[in-house]
Write a protein that binds this ligand. Structure first.
Ligand code: ATP
Ligand code: MG
Length: 588
C-alpha cells in the first residue's frame, strides 16, 4: 500500500497559505522538469513525489516537461527511458509529456522583446574575455564593450545568429542586468548561444538555443505553473528567474521554492558521477541492479510503491542530509513482505539421498504461497528420493544453538517430512562432503509429527530430480564508505569490489519456470528475488535464467554501518590527537 506523508512540510504550508489567499485563483500547478541528458535516479523520484503529490492533494495538476534546450547533451533514448520511468511509478501527468523545445518560437519572441526594451544585447566577447569581465565572488565584473549596442543593431545581429550567419562562439545574447551584482548569476547572464547542432525534436530548425535559466522560468510561465519546486542549488538563480518574468511582464509569474536534494549513503546521486561508473565499467550499464537509477532499481526488483513510500517518508526540508540506504531497502522489505509469493530455492546445493524413500517415486506436496495471506493460495512442490538443501544448513560438528541438520538432530523439510542423518559421504581425497544419506519419517508428511514430536529447525529444499537450474546475483553496497567522497581524491576509489557475487548452479523449485520477469518472490529464508527482465532465457540464447536478489530478509547492514561509523570516528580522533601532538612538539 502506498503511504502519503500527511504531516505536512514547509512547501505544503506555503501552498495552503496561497490557496487561503486565493492566489492563482486557488489553483495549484506544478511540474517535474527533467533534462533528458541521462537516466533518472532515486533523487528524481523524490522530486516527482513532491510535485505530483502536491498537485494531487490540492486538486491541481503536475506537468511532465522535458527541459530540452541543450542538444549537445540530450538524446531521444533518455526521453524514452524517463517517460517509461514516470509511467512505471504511476504518476499521472494528465495530457502528454511537454517539451521546452515546443516553446522555442515563443522564447525567441521573448528574447526579441527584451532587446526592444533594452534589457538584452548581443555580446561579441570571446569565451575567455567573458570570463575575465565577469569578475569573481570578491570583485565586481566589468561592463562588456558591446553592452551599449543599439536596439537595431542587436535585433539585426540576433536575427543573423538565428539564421546561422555566424559560427559558434562568435556572439551570444546576454541579459542586461548588473555587472557589479554580488550575485554572479545577475552579471549579464548569457540567455542565447549559437549551437549548430540538430535537436532531437526540432531538427535543424535552430542555430541558436536558449540557456537553462531563460528557458526554465518562461516555460513555467507559459504552462501557468503556480509553484516551481526545485533543489537548493537554484536558490541563487531565483533573482534571475524573477528578473526575467518581471521585465517581460508575463501574465503568469510562478513562485520558485527550493528544497534540499536527496542524498543516500553508500551511493552517489548525480548523473555525472553515475556516468563515470558506467564509462569506467564499475557497473554493467545504467540499469545495473546496483545503480541507484530507476532503471537499475526496477531491474533489481524494487516496486514503485516501495520507492514512493521511501520518498514520502523521508520528508522535505531546506537542510542537506544523508539518508541511510537501509531505509530504502526496508521500504522494499515492507512492501514485498506483504506482496511477494513464497518459493523455495537452494543457492549452495548439498545433495541428500533419502534411503528409505521409494526409488523412482515422486509426490506433489501442498505449499502455501504466503504464510499470512491464505488468499494467495497454494502450489505444488515436488518431493523425491534425492533433494538439495543449503550447504550451510548442515554441520558435522556444530556449535551450540545450531538448529539445523547435524549428525544427531532431526529437522523438518518445509511442507514435507522430518529427516535425520544416517551417513556422510565424502570425497576420499579432498574430504569434501559429496552427499548426505538421510532417512525420513513417512508419518510426518506435510511437516507435523503425529506424536507431536518437535524439531528445532525447518529447512528449505528443492527436489534434485525436478527443478530448474539458475544463476543468482547477490548484491551488496556499491561503495565501501557511507560517504563515497570521504578520504579519497576520486570517489571511484571507494567502489566496493565485492558488490556483485554471482552464484551458478543454484536449484530452484520448478514452479519458478513461470516466474514473471521483474516480479519479486520470497525465496524462503534467503530474501526477495526476481527474474532478471533483461536476461530471459529463450530457445536462441540457450541460457539459464538469472535471478537478482532485490533485498535480504533482514537488515544485516545496520550493524556494518554502525561499525564503519565507529571506525571513522576513531580514525578522526586519532588524527586530531596526532595533530595536537605535532603542534605541541612545534611549540617552543
Ligand atoms: P543530477 O545532479 O543528478 O545530474 P539534475 O538536477 O541535473 O540531476 P534534472 O534532470 O535537471 O537533473 O532534474 C530534474 C528535477 O529533479 C529537478 O527539479 C531537480 O531539482 C530534481 N532533482 C535532481 N536530483 C535530485 C535529488 N537528488 N533530490 C531531489 N530532487 C532532485
Ligand atoms: Mg540539471
Amino acid at each position: 500500500m502506498e503511504e502519503k506523508n500527511t504531516k505536512g512540510h514547509f512547501i505544503q504550508s506555503i501552498i495552503e497559505d496561497d490557496i487561503k489567499k486565493n492566489k492563482n485563483n486557488g489553483n495549484v500547478t506544478t511540474r517535474f522538469p527533467p533534462e533528458p541528458n541521462g537516466y533518472l535516479h532515486i533523487g528524481h523520484a523524490k522530486s516527482m513525489c513532491l510535485n505530483f503529490n502536491m498537485a494531487e492533494k490540492y486538486n491541481g495538476k503536475c506537468n511532465l516537461r522535458f527541459d530540452d534546450s541543450n542538444p549537445a547533451k540530450e538524446e531521444q533514448k533518455y526521453i524514452d527511458s524517463i517517460v517509461s520511468n514516470v509511467n512505471w511509478l504511476g504518476f499521472d501527468y494528465k495530457e502528454k509529456p511537454l517539451f521546452a523545445s515546443d516553446y522555442f518560437d515563443k522564447l525567441y519572441e521573448y528574447a526579441v522583446q527584451l532587446i526592444k526594451i533594452e534589457k538584452a544585447y548581443v555580446c561579441s566577447l570571446s569565451a575567455d574575455q567573458t570570463r575575465e569581465y565577469r569578475g569573481t565572488l570578491k570583485e565586481p565584473g566589468k561592463n562588456s564593450p558591446y553592452r551599449e549596442r543599439s536596439i537595431e543593431e542587436n535585433l539585426d545581429l540576433f536575427k543573423k545568429m538565428k539564421q546561422g550567419d555566424f559560427n559558434e562562439g562568435e556572439h551570444v545574447l546576454r541579459a542586461k542586468i548588473d555587472m557589479s551584482s554580488p550575485n554572479i548569476n545577475l552579471r549579464d547572464p548569457v540567455i542565447y548561444r549559437i549551437l549548430k547542432m540538430a535537436h532531437p525534436r526540432t531538427g535543424n530548425k535552430w542555430n541558436i538555443y536558449p540557456m537553462y535559466d531563460f528557458t526554465h522560468c518562461l516555460s513555467d510561465s507559459i504552462e501557468t505553473i503556480t509553484h516551481s519546486l526545485c533543489t537548493l542549488e537554484f536558490e541563487d538563480h531565483r533573482p534571475l528567474y524573477d528578473w526575467i518574468l518581471n521585465e517581460l511582464g508575463t501574465e503568469s509569474h510562478p513562485q520558485q521554492i527550493e528544497f534540499a536534494r536527496m542524498n543516500i549513503n553508500f551511493t552517489v546521486l548525480s548523473k555525472r558521477k553515475l556516468k563515470q561508473l558506467v564509462d569506467k565499467e564499475y557497473v554493467n550499464g545504467w540499469d545495473d541492479p546496483r545503480m541507484p537509477t530507476l532503471e537499475g532499481l526496477r531491474r533489481r526488483g524494487f516496486t514503485p510503491e516501495s520507492i514512493k513510500n521511501f520518498c514520502n517518508t523521508i520528508g522535505i526540508s531546506k537542510k542537506q542530509s544523508r539518508i541511510d540506504y537501509g531505509l530504502l531497502e526496508n521500504s522494499l522489505r515492507n512492501d514485498l513482505n506483504e506482496k511477494a509469493p513464497r518459493r523455495m530455492g537452494v543457492l549452495n546445493p548439498l545433495l541428500i539421498e533419502i534411503e528409505n524413500y521409494p526409488e523412482g517415486k515422486t509426490e506433489e506436496l501442498d505449499a502455501q504461497n504466503h504464510p499470512q495471506n491464505p488468499e494467495m493460495g497454494t502450489r505444488k512442490v515436488i518431493f523425491s528420493k534425492t533433494i538439495y538443501i543449503e550447504k550451510e544448513d548442515f554441520m558435522e560438528e556444530p556449535p551450540k544453538k545450531f538448529f539445523r541438520l547435524t549428525p544427531d538432530q532431526e529437522v523438518r523439510l518445509r511442507f514435507a517430512y522430518f529427516i535425520s542423518l544416517k551417513e556422510i559421504i565424502k570425497d576420499e581425497s579432498t574430504g569434501e562432503i559429496i552427499k548426505l544419506i538421510c532417512t525420513y519419517d513417512p508419518a510426518t508428511r506435510g511437516g507435523n509429527a503425529p506424536d507431536n514430536r518437535k524439531v528445532k529447525g525447518t529447512l528449505h529444499w528443492v527436489s534434485a530430480e525436478e527443478n530448474i537450474e539458475a544463476d543468482v546475483n547477490l548484491y551488496d553496497r556499491l561503495f565501501i564508505d557511507e560517504d563515497p567522497e570521504y578520504g579519497v581524491e576520486d570517489f571511484t576509489e571507494n567502489v566496493n569490489p565485492d558488490s556483485l557475487k554471482i552464484l551458478t548452479g543454484c536449484k530452484l523449485e520448478k514452479s519458478l519456470c513461470n516466474a514473471e520477469p521483474g516480479k519479486a518472490y520470497q525465496f524462503e529464508r534467503l530474501g526477495y528475488f526476481c527474474l532478471d527482465p533483461k536476461l530471459i532465457p529463450n530457445t536462441s540464447n540457450n541460457k539459464k535464467p538469472v535471478f537478482n536478489r532485490a533485498v535480504t530478509l533482514r537488515d544485516t547492514w545496520a550493524k556494518v554501518v554502525e561499525q564503519k561509523q565507529q571506525e571513522k570516528r576513531k580514525k578522526e580522533k586519532a588524527l586530531i590527537k596526532q595533530k595536537a601532538k605535532e603542534n605541541q612538539k612545534k611549540a617552543p
